[in-house]
Design a protein around this ligand. Structure first.
Ligand SMILES: [Zn+2]
Length: 258
């Protein structure tokens, strides 16, 4: 610990190098009890007349900045990315608001959404996330960057535009072959979105690629229980959400003409 009360954590990198990372001042770090209290307060703001369900909040080591919420048997289970440990209270409040609002299908307050987005996109956070990704051994074997398009960019843009930045980015890659029968797919076993390389071409408009990636992001968001064979299942919920894509008709039209 240094004179300012910062504790340092030593991290070993590949090739034997080491770095020291200052953890946030421990005294200002939110405990899971404080977080749970924050969620209860937010719950009361959003649904003043409903009883607050039993709550469990934990920090969780996702490979990316990711936060999840689940209501099961009347219990709320919240998992906050451990990359956000030590985030200022207004950021944690923003996360509580976004997660609860999404779960109860209430509009997300713009101010909260902006606070969260700004915090996560700061240099500090993204380099922290990058480092942790390296440490957790998720190497990018296949490149997401094609000749015309970078799939990671497309994912990040869509994530901001349609998902409040809440989806954790899976491995993004272009398919090896030039098969046209499959535009793209989400592979849950490898947590990867694969897009046919046919579309990595300057004559393919960006909105077409965005549509293909958006569709696969919905598969990521609405997981399907597979029985035996691999199927592509689109629930009513899935289809309704797909209609939110801004240039849906244009993209479908382009794909029809291929
Ligand atoms: Zn599908």
């Amino acid at each position: 610990m240094d004179i300012r009360g910062n504790e340092y954590v030593q991290i070993r990198l590949p090739l034997g190098s080491r770095i020291l990372i200052a953890r946030a001042n421990l005294r200002s770090m939110a405990t899971t009890d404080q977080l749970a209290q924050l969620f209860r307060e937010t719950h009361h703001e959003l649904r003043p007349r409903s009883p607050i369900p039993e709550l469990r909040v934990e920090f969780f080591s996702f490979a990316n900045v990711n936060n999840t919420i689940r209501l099961r048997d009347g219990r709320l289970l919240v998992r906050i990315s451990d990359l956000l440990e030590g985030a200022p209270e207004y950021v944690l409040r923003a996360i509580a608001h976004i997660l609860l609002a999404k779960m109860y299908r209430k509009p997300v307050d713009r101010q909260h959404a902006m606070h969260y987005r700004r915090y996560v996109s700061t240099q500090h956070m993204s380099s922290k996330a990058h480092l942790v990704r390296q440490m957790r051994g998720r190497k990018r074997i296949i490149s997401a960057r094609g000749h015309a398009y970078d799939l990671e960019n497309i994912f990040d843009d869509l994530n901001r535009q349609y998902f409040f930045g809440l989806l954790a980015r899976p491995q993004m890659s272009w398919s090896g072959g030039h098969a046209r029968n499959r535009l793209g797919h989400y592979d849950p076993a490898h947590n990867a979105i694969v897009v046919s390389r046919v579309f990595d071409h300057p004559r393919v408009p960006r909105y077409v690629l965005e549509y293909i990636v958006y569709h696969e992001m919905l598969h990521l968001k609405h997981p399907v229980r597979l029985r035996g064979s691999r199927r592509c299942v689109h629930s009513a919920e899935f289809q309704a959400e797909e209609k939110l894509f801004a240039r849906l008709e244009d993209a479908k039209e382009f794909l029809k003409r291929l």
